[in-house]
Design a protein around this ligand. Structure first.
Ligand code: PMP
Length: 329
């Protein structure tokens, strides 16, 4: 009998028709939105919880605490429920209402905070750590801070599963992999895993505007310009997971390109995805154009579009930001 845990991973690889046609390459998307928590982050959440249980840092009746843009929290809560563990999630109040609702509905205790830079002690990640530390002082059950940004068991999930699946699904015929980075777990783990099997594979970052990571890869400076409505990706610091990612090149991808790709994927291929998938596929198209025809390129379809209905399918919101909107709405 399958449990919710067994449903995580082993996602299909979808050949993306339009991206492949435009570039003359084979561009594939790993369908991570089909995980039971509807995002790529289920994998990291499972590895973090299993590792904490194994190391006796967490137990049934205990509590896991995490700061998240939402998807990791959803994965954590779902898996924690399965193990009889409580969940406390700290989230920036500007994240989509759909993700906050999903967290509450799953049973997480949700703490919303104002978005502030990482340097500020009230930053959502630091605040989640503080909560875990405070609770540990008085609780008679184990309290664990998941620490997805700097806990490299996150990347390990993708070394052990995602990279192996991608390599096997293409019988090793893969030239490049690209995706965006939130914690860096996906790009680090898939990058390390694929390079172990194929040394000359190219690992490329697709980075949204407003994030400093592309500049860091290109010229060693953590500098950014512009902004993005995407959630869960982009960063202004080098997390431990991002720090171990074997990245060869990087592209900056703007929201206009990402949203046009997101809406095309829905209208022309029936794939309803979040905007980080749009950044990733737009990055894969840039990469295909740069590498030349005939290459096999893989990216990540991170989560479902319905998680962002109030933003991605809200014409007024998109118009107010000067962004494209679906012409059928
Ligand atoms: N896309 C979405 C929608 C996400 O929530 C996240 C994680 N925050 C990512 C992409 C990036 O994944 P990672 O943390 O592995 O870099």
């Amino acid at each position: 009998m399958n449990t919710v845990i067994d449903l995580i991973g082993n996602t299909p690889l979808i050949k993306l028709r339009k991206a492949s046609e435009i570039t003359g390459c084979n561009i594939y998307g790993k369908a991570e939105f089909l995980n039971p928590g509807l995002s790529v982050k289920d994998r990291a959440a499972l590895w973090i919880i299993k590792d904490a249980l194994k190391k006796n840092n967490l137990e049934k009746g205990g509590t896991i605490v995490e700061g998240t843009a939402g998807n990791t929290g959803i994965g954590i809560t779902m898996i924690a429920n399965y193990f009889g563990i409580n969940t406390i999630i700290v989230i920036n109040n500007n994240q989509s209402q759909e993700k906050k609702d999903a967290l509450k509905n799953l049973g997480a205790k949700l703490i919303e905070v104002d978005p502030v830079p990482y340097a500020n002690p009230n930053n959502y990640v630091k605040y989640s750590k503080k909560i875990a530390e405070e609770m540990s002082k008085t609780s008679n059950k184990k309290i664990c801070w998941a620490n997805q940004f700097d806990n490299i068991i996150n990347a390990q999930a993708h070394i052990d599963t995602t990279s192996v699946e991608i390599y096997n699904q293409l019988d090793g015929n893969i030239d490049a992999f690209t995706c965006s980075s939130g914690t860096g777990g996906t790009i680090a783990g898939v990058g390390i895993g694929l390079k172990e099997k194929k040394k000359d594979i190219k690992i490329v970052l697709s980075d949204p505007d407003g994030s400093s990571l592309c500049n860091y890869i290109k010229n060693g400076k953590l500098e950014s310009s512009g902004s993005s409505i995407t959630e869960g990706i982009g960063a202004s610091r080098i997390s431990k997971n991002f720090g171990i990612a074997p990245i060869d090149d990087a592209f900056q991808v703007n929201d206009i390109d990402a949203l046009n790709v997101t809406f095309d994927l829905l209208k022309e291929e029936g794939l309803c995805l979040g905007s980080s998938s749009g950044i990733n596929v737009a990055g894969a198209i840039k990469l295909g154009k740069k590498m030349g025809k005939g290459k096999n390129i893989v990216t990540i379809l991170c989560d479902v579009g319905t998680r962002y209905t109030s933003k991605l399918y809200n014409v007024e919101f998109l118009k107010s930001k000067g962004l494209p909107y679906p012409d059928w709405l």
